[in-house]
Design a binder for this molecule. Structure first.
Ligand code: GCV
Length: 671
């Protein structure tokens, strides 16, 4: 054995020892603090900030100071005379400051010469849980609801995780709300949860069923202009505030996908929202009224929200915020932004992102979403919005999110809601450091070799995370394709799904419109005219097939198969290349991860590796299913330099995953 080999094997042996020496199950999320060697002297304002620092801070003395005149949740952290002083106007501000300091400790930053001043960009930074009273979670891929039978430890961890990234509100139940959410028994449970979240600066909100006055109250109508109905809501809201004095308010999905709403009584969204806003106002509560509406008769689903909401612009009360999904259809891998964001000028708006990967490989695929949200903010000015909401990806799985890397989306959501200008790379970097590195674990006694290995891990994994969204777009729906998912779940490809009797806008052919000429939805001025909902300059850009960004081409155009792309390829050839690129990217992700085995603890290494292998197989499945199916329209060969399908179309068309909207598939295409 040469000297070099000897050195290398010693290093590997050392690292192998490291990787198996401690087990990690993801339950501690990014808060893997070491409380063993804490020496912290923390003085000043008592409360959760003090407790957290006393338990986990390993540096010099810290003073917590209340300082009037600061923005509510803002704080400063300054090194002064050998002490670190955290000052804020509120307990929440102090807590955010404390977590900032702990983050610096965990990421290995210097903590001696600090001069930090932070104010959150949005006052409202809210998670939306789609949790049902029976414990299922709609589009939840990480087990059952954490609110079903919450243990105090689990709820505390949830609260700490949220507060550590600045999340200050949570809607506890599904927007497809069961009326019983407002029953007294259920409100008692909500109160118990609110009491446990309050010390962490988190307010609770509820989704309501608009027909509650009928279904819970026994009234004959839920007409928002009916006095008895208003009286019922007033009494109910008073009851809620007696139990939960800092209750945040209601989230409402109305007249959407079969949910009841004011239109059932000949009233408008504004009538419904303003009635609820009126009864919440004396308690300082708010209404988040969703704009996710579409109708089977609509010739273009993407047009619907603007058609319903634009005539109401300016009619909403000042404690109503219209909550709009980032895109006009439904959390697709790539959508243009919802045109309502730039069209509505006199209405308060907030964006709804989806952390749970309903359309992005559930809890099996590694897809880091911060780049997608950054893309959204490159079109919609953060300052034009009041708040940010994220549909949670949290369940009772040990690692909370089903996939270790899905935790990064929870983390990133909080960080971006605090500051939408933060770079996704930076967020990924700090999340990786806190989640995987051993900083703090050994009280700073890591070896130089281990540190340098970890810095390679970090830079390689930041890149994987940053590339992961585009890869998913490519292997699922490149060049503007959308909603070509399986009919009964949204996991795998079924661009052919179109059974008799199913409404057209619930079938992929409505969206891809493949035929012998080409493929894509014509939303130009001569098509559905959806482009007209965008500002003039974008309308022009999107309307012309030669200027439309290629990543949105089939979103706005029915593109001829031989249309010449910027690469010089035909549209068909480009489509084949994009799908193939997506597959190759997933293989690269797996190879990067495989090489990291010495640096990652054994438990999480194996879990992520298993998921990445599924992702590779699924990417091949997506590519083969889509290319072979679309080829039946294009009648063109798959280019020589593209890897040819390894699956058969007829077999893929017969393959079904027997899952509903409450489960993560054990594995993907496993033929
Ligand atoms: C909560 C999509 C999802 C539904 C979800 C709905 C919504 O349609 O598939 O599960 O329902 O969006 O956001 O209201």
């Amino acid at each position: 054995m040469t000297k070099k080999h000897l050195l290398l094997s010693t290093l590997l042996l050392f690292m192998a020892g490291w990787s198996t020496a401690y087990g990690e199950d993801g339950s501690q999320l990014w808060l893997r603090f070491n409380s063993v060697n804490t020496t912290a002297q923390v003085t000043g304002v008592k409360g959760t900030a003090m407790t957290e620092l006393q338990t986990y801070w390993q540096g010099g003395p810290v003073v917590l100071k209340r300082q009037k005149g600061r923005a509510r949740d803002g704080y400063t952290i300054k090194s002064q005379g050998g002490k670190t002083v955290i000052a804020a106007a509120s307990d929440a501000g102090l807590l955010y400051g404390a977590y900032h300091l702990l983050r610096l400790q965990q990421t290995g930053e210097q903590c001696e010469r600090l001069d930090i001043s932070e104010v959150p960009f949005y006052d409202l930074r809210i998670l939306n849980h789609w949790d049902n009273p029976n414990g299922t979670v709609e589009r939840g891929f990480a087990g059952k609801s954490i609110f079903l039978n919450p243990t105090p430890e689990r709820l505390k961890m949830y609260a700490r995780a949220n507060a550590s990234v600045g999340i200050n509100g949570t809607v506890l139940n599904n927007v497809n709300a069961k009326p019983e959410a407002l029953s007294t028994a259920s409100l008692e449970k909500t109160k118990a949860i609110a009491d446990q979240l309050r010390p962490y600066g988190i307010r609770v909100y509820l989704s309501i069923n608009f027909a509650s006055p009928i279904k819970v109250g026994g009234l004959e109508t839920a007409d928002p202009l009916d006095k008895t109905v208003v009286g019922w809501w007033k009494k109910k809201v008073d009851e809620i505030y007696r139990l939960i004095p800092d209750f945040g308010g209601f989230l409402v999905k109305a007249n959407s996908e079969g949910e009841p709403g004011p239109q059932d009584f000949g009233r408008t969204h504004a009538d419904g929202a303003n009635m609820l806003a009126g009864v919440l106002k004396p308690h300082k509560g708010i209404v988040m009224w969703r704009a996710f509406v579409y109708a089977p008769q609509s010739p273009d689903r993407a047009n619907q929200a603007s058609l319903e909401f634009m005539p109401l612009d300016g009619q909403f009360a000042d404690n109503v915020i219209i909550q709009i999904k980032n895109g006009p259809v439904d959390f697709q891998p790539r959508e243009p932004y919802s045109p309502l964001f730039t069209a509505m000028q006199k209405t308060q708006m907030m964006v709804e992102f989806q952390l749970t990967q309903e359309y992005l490989g559930a809890a099996n695929h590694l897809v880091y979403l911060a780049p997608m949200w950054q893309e959204f903010f490159s079109f919609v000015k953060p300052g034009s919005l009041k708040a940010m909401a994220g549909v949670a990806n949290i369940g009772d799985d040990t690692n909370w999110c089903g996939h270790h890397f899905a935790q990064a989306n929870w983390y990133a959501f909080g960080r971006q809601a605090w500051n939408p200008a933060l770079k996704p790379e930076q967020i990924a970097d700090e999340w990786l450091k806190q989640t995987f590195s051993r900083h703090g674990k050994d009280n700073g006694q890591e070896t130089a070799a281990a540190n340098s290995q970890f810095s390679i891990f970090n830079s390689q994994l930041v890149k994987v995370m940053m590339d992961s969204r585009e890869a998913a777009v490519n292997y699922m729906m490149p060049l503007g394709l959308h909603h070509i998912f399986a009919g009964t779940h949204h996991y795998g490809p079924e661009p052919w799904y179109s059974p008799k009797g199913v409404r057209a806008d619930w079938t992929p052919p409505y969206y891809h419109r493949a035929d012998s000429v080409g493929m894509g939805f014509d939303r130009t001025l001569t098509g559905s005219a959806n482009v007209k909902q965008y500002p003039e300059a974008l309308c022009r850009l999107y309307n012309d097939v030669n200027t439309c960004p290629e990543n949105l081409l089939t979103w706005f155009h029915h593109v001829p198969w031989d249309h010449r792309m910027k690469s010089g390829r035909t549209f068909w050839d480009e489509l084949c290349h994009k799908y193939d690129e997506g597959v190759h990217e997933t293989r690269r992700f797996l190879a990067v991860w495989d090489a990291m085995q010495p640096v990652v603890d054994a438990e999480r290494f194996a879990a992520v590796q298993r998921k990445l292998r599924i992702q590779v197989r699924d990417a091949e499945w997506w590519r083969d299913a889509c290319l072979l199916y679309f080829q039946t329209f294009s009648h063109r060969p798959i280019p020589q330099d593209v890897e040819h399908p390894v699956h058969n179309l007829d077999e893929m068309m017969k393959f079904h995953i027997p899952i509903g909207m409450y489960e993560n598939p054990e594995s993907g295409y496993n033929k």
